[in-house]
Design a protein. Structure first.
Length: 140
């Protein structure tokens, strides 16, 4: 059954976050350990202040020789990312990702992070739907 809101999509997902004062290295360890491509950056009170993606790390730390052990997340994160409300339709998240050329959209209510959706969430759903229609297809 197709979800009708982002809240339905994120309801059973774990949310991994990073604090603005954490080092880029510690954030990268989380990205790697959890096999994810981005981390919402939240204050101690849960308020979203940015997002840190693999692309941010590559472009704003590695390529410009900013040592990840000494660079804080706040120095290289994308500030004030596009955030959608929990009642938004999943197609709104997909549209935002396609138009903005990014792969992650935080889900927030009153500035507080509730979860995050990834382009991968849509790709996996399409693969499973295709598999249900044709069980001989292999899912990667």
């Amino acid at each position: 059954m197709e979800p009708t809101s982002l809240l339905e999509m994120i309801s059973d997902m774990d949310v991994h976050t990073v604090h603005p004062d954490d080092t880029v290295r510690s954030a990268c360890l989380t990205l790697s350990a959890k096999s994810i491509g981005a981390l919402p950056v939240v204050q101690n009170d849960g308020r979203l202040v940015g997002i840190l993606s693999e692309r941010d790390v590559l472009r704003r730390s590695v390529v410009v020789y900013r040592p990840p052990e000494k660079t804080t997340v706040s120095e290289i994160m994308t500030r004030d990312p596009i955030c959608l409300p929990p009642d938004a339709h999943p197609s709104q998240a997909l549209d935002a990702m396609q138009k903005g050329k990014f792969r992650h959209v935080p889900v927030c209510e009153d500035g507080m992070l509730l979860g995050i959706v990834s382009i991968r969430d849509f790709d996996i759903r399409r693969e499973w739907e295709a598999h249900a229609e044709n069980p001989t297809l292999r899912i990667a």
